[in-house]
Design a protein around this ligand. Structure first.
Ligand code: GLA
Length: 397
């Protein structure tokens, strides 16, 4: 690959008519097509399960579902990306944690039914261009694409998007076995074109923050690293935060989560915390402040400030929350050092996956070249970089 045009103009739109035709070749009935996006989080990492603030945007990569009712109690689902089919009998007992993608199908369908949303037997054909395991929330894209498809085919004309997001999260918790926060499902459900969403993860109130980027772009760098550690360490971080809350609540009565701890209170009482817990809490408390500040700066079009906050966020995740890795550090640091770059940081859960960079469009070729050269010289796998705009959440086509 050469030059920056590839970074900014790669086509990512999936052929909806082609998907319908493929559906008709394998199933009966006239399909309707739905989709939901992957996401990149601009800032606000590991804050969602602490009732805090996040600032993600939905990206151009999406998961598509073509579907039609089949008049039975069965969900018959085929994935074109995996070349596999699964079946779930809605009339049979719920089956959890089978360790394959059937957990997403069964979990989403059962969680929707628990919320009294209409789910009936359907044939579904799935295709996706959200890279799997890259930290761009391919799982949430799948849950939300399935969710909007099932509920719409079941007869709901205006599905409640927050309920769809909560059903996706419940599928993760109960069927897949990942104790994620709400960020990924929420942005996949409610993402808006040309805006990031500032989400208050306690009230679940979103505020659209228009991306006033001018000539700048959001650049994603997939390090191609998938650390097996990520889910076990994720749960450890959650427990460490809970431990911090329980110790701090001895001196801060009424404390429910780290969201309620101001930087002033934290500084006063940090001495009560064991060192590791103190660092985890410090990250969360400061990350909430950075996220609110970044949303405010973004809405003013102050990209220099947003970039600076992104760089501080990365340092905090690397040094205090300790969820980065060598590839993420190199990608973020090399990108941030290029002229025309405002800031760069790891995005998502960490231990691999992607960085997000805010940079002038004219700087993208140099950023791509510099990051690739740095990876090559260290013997890392070749990363993939792509620019993206902010897109709409789950939708019917
Ligand atoms: C993963 C989880 C999210 C969030 C991020 C870290 O993506 O699914 O809920 O906790 O990690 O910010």
């Amino acid at each position: 690959m050469n030059g920056g045009a590839s970074v900014i103009s790669r086509s990512t739109v999936l052929d909806v008519d082609g998907l319908k035709a493929q559906f008709s070749a394998q199933f009966t009935g006239t399909p309707q097509v739905f989709s939901a996006p992957g996401r990149v989080n601009l800032i606000g990492e590991h804050t969602d399960y602490n009732d805090g603030f996040v600032l993600p945007m939905a990206i151009e990569r999406r998961t598509y579902v073509a579907g039609a009712k089949n008049g039975t109690s069965l969900l018959r689902v085929k994935s074109l990306t995996l070349g596999e089919s699964v079946e779930v009998d809605l009339a049979g007992p719920a089956r959890k944690r089978r360790g394959s993608w059937v957990d997403f199908v069964e979990g989403t369908a059962r969680a929707l039914l628990e919320r009294k949303l209409p789910v009936v037997g359907c044939d579904l054909l799935i295709d996706s261009n959200v890279p799997h395991g890259a930290g761009l929330s391919a799982s949430a894209a799948l849950e939300l694409a399935l969710g909007i498809a099932l509920v719409s085919l079941g007869g709901e004309t205006e599905p409640d998007r927050v309920q769809l997001a909560l059903a996706g999260q419940a599928a993760e918790h109960q069927y897949v076995g990942t104790m994620c926060g709400i960020m990924d499902q929420y942005i996949a459900a409610l993402g808006e074109r040309d805006a990031a969403l500032l989400i208050d993860c306690r009230s679940l109130e979103p505020r659209a923050v228009p991306l006033r980027l001018g000539t700048a772009r959001v650049l994603v760098c997939d390090t191609k690293v998938k650390h097996e550690l990520s889910s076990s360490e994720y749960n450890v971080r959650r427990e460490e935060c809970e431990r911090g809350v329980s110790i701090l609540s001895e001196v801060l009565p009424g404390l429910r989560s780290l969201r309620d701890v101001s930087l002033g209170d934290f500084t006063t009482h940090a001495g009560r915390l064991p060192d590791v817990i103190r660092r985890r809490c410090l990250h969360v408390v400061t990350e909430n402040e950075r996220t609110l500040a970044a949303a405010e700066a973004l809405s003013r079009g102050d990209l220099a400030r947003v970039g600076q906050l992104m760089i501080e966020s990365h340092a905090s995740l690397r040094d205090d929350y300790q969820v980065s890795c060598a590839e993420l550090d190199v990608a973020a640091e090399v990108a941030a050092a290029q002229p025309g770059v405002y800031g760069s940081r790891m995005t998502g859960g960490g231990f691999g996956g992607c960085t997000v960079t805010l940079a002038e469009e004219s700087a993208l070729p140099a950023v791509e070249a510099a990051v690739k050269a740095a990876f090559l010289s260290r013997g890392f796998r070749e990363p993939e970089l792509f620019a993206t705009t902010a897109c709409e959440g789950a939708r019917r086509h």
